[in-house]
Design a protein around this ligand. Structure first.
Ligand code: ATP
Length: 383
């Protein structure tokens, strides 16, 4: 098809999409914020009428004080049947199963016709983690994020993945490009296109998913694998990318990649030994030897953040305000309220149960004086 004919067709298609969105209560803007293999993602606005009819959407956007959403439009007529019948339904059911956590992109609703499917998603307007790492690296004239910043983001990611796993979902495509940031700088895990139910505790998966650079060795070796343990490997790669600005193993050929993996990651001088230890703990060749999420959250590199969060929870609870724990008196000036909520995994909607038990459990183990002092406050949190 000639260029001008293609442009005309694109324009007609877009006008049709605008109409279909309007019929469903959204004003589609022409601002394209991303695209995937069979999808385009646009900025859109929820109408008053839509907000009135969709309490899930209304309660979330009320907290954000805007009406913007991201609409992912999938051209099901053009996509392979397997995509429309297998992966897309899985993406939708995984997003529904992981609703609602502050660090997982929210799916507000879907609508479809014979040609397209529409996913109305929470907007994460500040791009992805890869772009963020690259822009910070340029700014610092040094590859990678400061460890303090990496710690804050990584905690949010661990909290999001823990929420997915406890909801029975394995992501299977964890990578920097699938981790988005919103306008408050909060991390939002997205793209559940390869996600699956983790099913029975010991059931194994066999499909190859994701990008080679983030893929666990057992998958590259075409073995049956445990999805949760494979996600843990990807977390190790992401943490390495955050603090070094590079990928630890980079090879196109799986067998060469495996060779590099067996040698293990190398670290630049200046990286803290604690961070190196955490990365090594995740990048274990044997899946069962990898740290689990609880161990990651309790790792000494993570402690400053778990500690800060726990102290914030203590100081904001009425009983503890007058009686601070002697071991929890560090200033918390580096954490804003939004960050603290995120660390807790809480939603901005107070009616939603908090899933942020990670820090509480970690700190109760690490901070005995807090344990005796705050029994009552902590009992209020889900475990
Ligand atoms: N909720 C969102 N907020 C802002 N941008 C988004 C959102 N969801 C997706 N995007 C943007 O759109 C791009 C494509 O979205 P997504 O990764 O979900 O689609 P995909 O079809 O699964 O992509 P791929 O084929 O690369 O796996 C993302 O890389 C991101 O830049």
């Amino acid at each position: 098809m000639k260029g001008s004919a293609r442009r005309k067709l694109d324009q007609l298609n877009f006008m049709e999409q605008v109409r279909e969105c309007r019929d469903n209560g959204y004003l589609l803007s022409s601002k394209k914020i991303g695209s995937g293999a069979f999808s385009k993602v646009y900025l859109a606005y929820a109408t008053h009428e839509r907000l009135w009819h969709n309490p899930k959407l209304a309660s979330d956007l009320r907290g954000k004080r805007h009406a913007m959403v991201a609409i992912k439009i999938i051209s099901t007529a053009e996509a392979p049947v397997e995509f429309s019948q297998k992966f897309l339904p899985r993406e939708i059911s995984s997003l529904n199963a992981t609703y609602k956590h502050l660090n997982v992109v929210q799916l507000y609703e879907t609508y479809q016709n014979s040609r397209r499917s529409y996913l109305v998603l929470e907007l994460a307007a500040r791009g992805d983690l890869l772009e963020h790492i690259n822009s910070v690296s340029d700014h610092r004239c040094r590859p990678g994020l400061e460890e303090d910043e990496a710690r804050g983001l990584f905690w949010q990611l661990v909290s999001a993945v823990a929420h997915c796993h406890s909801s029975g979902i394995v992501h299977r495509d964890l990578k920097c490009e699938n981790i988005l940031l919103d306008d408050r700088g909060l991390l939002k895990l997205s793209d559940f296109g390869f996600a699956n139910r983790s099913g029975l505790k010991n059931s194994l998966l066999s499909t190859f998913c994701g990008s080679v650079a983030y893929t666990a060795p057992e998958i590259l070796m075409s073995k049956k694998y445990n999805g949760e343990q494979a996600d843990l490997w990807s977390l190790g790669i992401i943490l390495y990318a955050m603090v070094t600005g590079k990928l630890p193993f980079k090879e196109r050929q799986p067998h060469r990649m495996l060779h590099l993996m067996r040698q293990g990651p190398t670290f630049r001088p200046g990286m803290s030994p604690e961070c190196q230890d955490l990365i090594r703990g995740l990048l274990q060749l044997r899946p069962r030897a990898r740290l689990d999420l609880q161990q990651v959250a309790a790792h000494c590199w993570m402690l400053p953040i778990a500690h800060a969060l726990f102290c914030t929870m203590l100081s904001s609870s009425p009983g503890a305000r007058n009686q601070p724990s002697p071991s929890c008196q560090q200033p918390l000036t580096t954490w804003s309220l939004a960050e603290t909520h995120s660390l807790q995994g809480c939603s901005s909607d107070s009616s939603v149960p908090s899933t942020g038990d990670l820090a509480t459990r970690v700190l109760l183990a690490q901070c005995p004086s807090a344990q005796t002092q705050s029994q009552e406050e902590v009992q209020g949190l889900p475990s």
